[in-house]
Ligand binder design. Sequence first.
Ligand code: C5P
Length: 225
Amino acid sequence: QTIAAIVPAAGVGSRMQHTTPKQYISLAGKTILEHTLAKLSQLPQLNSIVVALSETDPYFDDLTLADPRIVRAIGGKERADSVLNSLLFLAANPPAWVLVHDAARPLVDIADIERLIAQCMQADEGGILASKVKDTIKRGQSHAQQTVPRDDLWQALTPQLFKYDELKTALQNALNSGVTITDEASAMEWANKPVKLVAGRSDNIKITTPEDLDLAGFLLQKQNN
Ligand code: C5P
């Protein structure tokens, strides 16, 4: 069964307070986006790797990318728009499945991705990498009002793997209805489709704030040694 990867990389990363968008910040010798694409390149199962970029992206062409499966698409206003545009980019020759992975998650473990693919294909349903919530979670504004039971709470990670047609329909409908969509699974849940939770490593962090950079730099250095 064919699988295309989609890498949303069209964000500006405002929470990073950095002059370049976070996917182009260098860590352990190369940009975050290059680290992420190098990980996906290790998967022979992928037929293509579509990177969604801002229309005015001046950085991508300067990267060193050897994998001929990598192609660029134009992103959109929000992450979900970038993913939908990438799905439409693939419409002429649609894959059976799409594996969506944040550009900002260079630490993902290849064995975790392989497990996600194997388990989803075997069950013939979509799914995501996720890790069990470890902290005690509070609800509240200025003061804690309630401690939320955490036994069934998961932190959603990426990659997220869904059937091409189902994800395209779910995203289109959810976006048209104005629901808030922060990952592919939220569109699928909204469409009442199953989303398998596949336990993955919790160090697959999304680099978002300046303190994430130090941690990610340390972990990447360790992985690359
Ligand atoms: O901002 P956040 O960390 O949630 O973004 C997650 C991923 O989605 C990043 O890799 C970012 O580049 C991407 N993104 C995108 N298009 C947008 C906004 C974010 O591809 N409009």
